[in-house]
Design a protein around this ligand. Structure first.
Ligand code: MEV
Length: 326
């Protein structure tokens, strides 16, 4: 049996603008998806995912007494959600050149489908554990690239390299186009607030694209988010938390101007700021889901917990480790 885990990630700066080639900075956070893979005696693939809910797809799985899989979700959603696990296993088969029967169990302590890259963590952890279960080995760059291709296939070409790269290598990373690099970052005391919902990434990206194509000032706003990322890099690397927080606030303002925030996200952002955060913003596509606060005093977490819009809040310190064998 092999067990691998991969962290979730959140955007410190640059979501949406990254779609148009601007840089973005993200951090792996200390919440993980765990994949357990066991070889079977036959050549079948069996997937157990007690809490699988990925991006806009939701599915719940429970075991039947006869050993099959009882599925409590609509078929299209199941096919889509299973696509991530299946795609990861197919990629592992291709990598090791063998098709062994496997039992795969996927568990998550990330809020799923909420902008913390749960789908990327599922793919990375599953691929890593499946390769190892077949006595193979996989390098980080290959794993990140393979995982990106799986996400891209499942999401009809609409995937971000940032998610799979950050989840694979861990720590703080900067992505621009096809290039990813690790940043030297000191401790980042981050807190996450989750409203219990999620936005539709495809629709939100399409809405921003339309705004950008209609109005020059919207295009300038996208460019200004890129400028925030460029200013944010030295602030992150030198550990200037006041500056990082100020830039996070600014980024949230620009994302709001682009129409991707939501009342619940704004409420959580303001609760965190009033609770002592150095800065706070939505993270990911927006529309609902999570906000991230920079919380040097540890007080913004409590403020988030008390915010009516917040269903769950947790400390999410930077996780320097990416995928790992457990
Ligand atoms: C979604 O998590 C982040 C976006 O920038 C889309 C993407 O980069 O693929 C909105």
């Amino acid at each position: 049996m092999t067990v691998s885990s991969a962290p979730g990630k959140l955007y410190l700066f640059g979501e949406h603008a990254v779609v148009y080639g601007e840089p973005a900075i993200a951090c792996a956070v200390d919440r993980r998806v765990t994949a357990t893979v066991e070889r079977r005696d036959d050549d079948r693939l069996r997937v157990r995912a007690p809490d699988l809910r990925l991006d806009s797809f939701a599915a719940e799985f429970g075991e039947r007494a006869d050993g099959g899989v009882a599925v409590d979700a609509d078929e299209g959603a199941v096919a889509a959600a299973l696509g991530y696990v299946r795609g990861a296993v197919e990629s592992a088969y291709d990598h090791v050149g063998e098709r062994a029967g496997l039992d795969v169990t996927v568990e998550s302590d990330l809020p799923l489908g909420a902008g913390l890259s749960s789908s990327a963590a599922v793919v990375v952890a599953t691929l890593h554990a499946a390769v190892r279960a077949m006595d193979g080995d996989i390098r980080e760059e290959t794993l990140a690239e393979r995982a990106y291709r799986v996400e891209s296939d499942v999401q009809d070409g609409d995937a971000s390299r940032m998610d799979t790269y950050c989840t694979t290598v861990g720590g703080a990373v900067r992505v621009e186009g096809e290039e990813g690099e690790r940043l030297e970052a000191p401790e980042l005391p981050l807190a996450v607030g989750y409203d219990g919902g999620s936005g539709n990434t495809g629709e939100l990206v399409a809405d921003v694209r339309e705004l950008k194509e209609t109005y020059g000032f919207a295009a300038d706003t996208v460019g200004a988010i890129g400028d925030i990322v460029r200013a944010g890099r030295p602030a992150v690397e030198s550990g200037d938390l006041d500056e990082v927080g100020r830039l996070m606030d600014f980024d949230h303002g620009l994302l709001s101007a682009l129409g991707v925030s939501a009342r619940s996200l704004d409420e959580m952002v303001w609760a965190a700021r009033e609770g002592g955060a150095a800065g706070a913003k939505l993270t990911g596509a927006g529309g609902g889901g999570c906000v991230v606060a920079l919380d040097p005093e540890g007080t913004a977490l409590r403020a988030l917990e008390l915010a009516p819009a917040c269903e769950e809040a947790f400390a999410a310190p930077l996780d320097r480790e990416g995928v790992r064998a457990e």
